[in-house]
Design a protein around this ligand. Structure first.
Ligand SMILES: O=C1O[C@H]([C@@H](O)CO)C(O)=C1O
Length: 527
């Protein structure tokens, strides 16, 4: 199928949601009703012409107050698997999320076939509240959130009863609510399994004992199919994999999600891959697969590199870019607080959302100096703890020239702990980007661009930067609005690991008043 034709089609949200009470019509009307606390909701949609419905507090809208209802109305512009979640403080981690499946218009077909379509969400779970965690992250001395107590597969998990601080007796495995999620399959049938990760922290390796998975979709784009035994998935990403129930049908199998990239003591998340007609609670007769070694970066990098655009759906990137922004990711100390920074600038959100400030000329509400386009390349040793870990905070934003092509180089580095570099899943709002390259070590701006994949790179909206490595992205600044780009680890964005882009704001009409009411827009009352 021709991709441009495909993009022009107005796609419908299928009348199917995976885990939530959302209203949907063909144009997708999402109504968020808030019974407890403030919580804008963000989607993986592009919000072309409706940037005010992107759902990012401080960027595109004011928070939704307790008791308020906020209606998100936007056009769903492409097929695929998407996620939505709260985008205020650390509320996503507290469980405000779900997934959205967008089907193809009638009469169009996908470049692969399957018998059944299923979705699961992977997440992680803490027993303590996110407010307590947020307080710890902004305290002196710093209190880190630590590793999650559980990994959840479709909302179900287990935890180690000996975890300090957890009340004995809580881990009641005989409670029916504690039984693992069962994905029931009919022998010999092929399943499209849509897997989304909404972990707050954990990078995961997901596998189904004894079954290979063929990856066919990533973040809404068709992938040149490739087979994996375990799928590495980072917070904010979605994948579709095909699995055929072709093993001994007289038993069940384990599905397992293991934390990678961090030395975690969180028990692997387990679910049951249940061959009908075996009982869905019948434990598989085998021990669950142990999963890959947590600190082996090679297979994760290899998977990232293996993801290519499906041959029939290649939409090649522009061969050159107009601007290159190198983003050094570092952990820093600012006035005694532990923070994350990009090019030594740690991000903080303004009280007045940028979109409103820019449209209504409230320019005093945020720092008008843009953050830097790079860092002191020659003198920065990415393999060591920085000699000077100080940084500054700012709420300044990058202004992109409309309709230009922008390259972003995410450069990873050592944290403030010796011999430690973490994986960061970076998520861009309002766009898909081409992932033109990954590399180890320090990005070489002379050599590395020559090896970019400008032929069949995948387009995505979330991508990992691996420990001590770099990831290069290219996108077109062609969606008028203000867009967050941030690490999808909940605590890292909270600690300043993000930036904001503005492009083509002058092309937008008037803003809905429903997004107003906070900061300097207090007088601009909601209807
Ligand atoms: O931001 C973080 O802080 C801790 C650690 O570096 C300091 O305790 C950690 O693992 C993070 O990802």
């Amino acid at each position: 199928m021709n991709n441009s034709k495909f993009k022009k089609e107005k796609l419908k949200i299928k009348d199917k949601y995976d885990c939530c009470s959302v209203q949907a019509s063909s144009d997708s009307l999402y109504s968020a009703s808030n019974s407890s606390s403030k919580s804008p909701n963000s989607f993986g949609a592009h919000e072309i012409g409706t940037p005010w419905f992107d759902g990012t507090e401080g960027v595109t809208q004011c928070p939704i107050l307790p008791g308020d209802t906020f209606v998100y109305k936007f056009v769903v512009d492409r097929q695929g698997t998407y996620l939505y979640h709260a985008h205020y403080g650390m509320q996503r981690e507290a469980g405000l999320y779900g997934s959205i499946r967008v089907s193809l218009p009638d009469g169009e077909s996908e470049p692969f076939s399957y018998d059944y379509d299923r979705s699961i969400i992977l997440s992680d779970w803490y027993h303590n509240s996110t407010y307590e965690q947020a307080a710890g992250l902004s305290s002196i001395p710093f209190v880190w959130v630590g590793e999650p107590h559980s990994i959840l597969i479709q909302g179900k998990g287990r935890f180690n009863c000996s975890t300090p601080g957890i009340e004995a007796g809580l881990c009641n495995t005989t409670n029916p609510e504690c039984t693992p999620y069962a994905l029931t399959v009919i022998p010999r049938k092929t399943y499209r399994l849509r897997i989304g990760s909404l972990t707050s922290l954990s990078a995961l390796s997901f596998e189904i004992e004894g079954h290979n998975m063929t990856v066919v979709e990533a973040d809404g784009h068709y992938v040149e199919p490739f087979v994996v035994q375990n799928l590495f998935i980072y917070s904010g990403e979605t994948y579709s994999v095909l699995i055929t129930a072709d093993q001994d049908p007289s038993r069940n199998y384990w599905a397992s999600a293991k934390v990678v990239s961090r030395n975690s003591n969180t028990p692997n998340g387990l679910a049951i891959f249940n061959y009908y007609p075996n009982h869905p609670r019948r434990s598989p007769p085998t021990v669950p697969p142990p999963g890959p070694r947590w600190n082996d970066t090679e297979p994760r990098l290899a998977q990232s590199i293996a993801i290519k655009s499906h041959q029939g759906f290649i939409h090649p990137p522009p061969q050159t870019s107009d601007r290159v922004i190198v983003m050094l990711n570092t952990q820093n100390r600012i006035n005694g607080n532990v923070r994350w920074s990009i090019n030594n600038v740690s991000f903080n959100l303004p009280h007045t959302p940028y979109l409103i400030s820019l449209k209504h000329n409230l320019l005093h509400t945020f720092n008008q100096n843009p953050p830097p386009d790079g860092y002191d390349f020659a003198n920065y040793d990415i393999y060591s703890v920085a000699k000077n870990v100080n940084a500054t905070t700012s709420n300044g934003i990058y202004k992109l020239k409309f309709n230009t092509t922008v390259d972003i180089i995410l450069q990873n580095a050592n944290t403030m702990n010796p011999n430690n570099s973490e994986t960061h899943p970076w998520h861009l709002h309002g766009h898909d980007f081409w992932v033109v390259g990954y590399g180890k070590g320090k990005f070489d701006n002379f050599k590395d661009p020559k090896n970019y994949n400008l032929v069949n790179p995948i387009m995505k909206n979330t991508v990992p930067v691996h420990p001590y490595g770099w990831t290069a992205l290219r996108f077109r600044a062609d969606n008028p609005g203000v867009w967050a780009f941030h690490c999808h680890i909940e605590s890292h964005f909270f600690m300043g690991m993000g930036v904001v882009f503005e492009e083509g704001i002058e092309k937008l009409g008037s803003l809905p008043t429903s997004i107003m009411g906070c900061g300097d827009t207090k007088g601009f009352h909601r209807p």
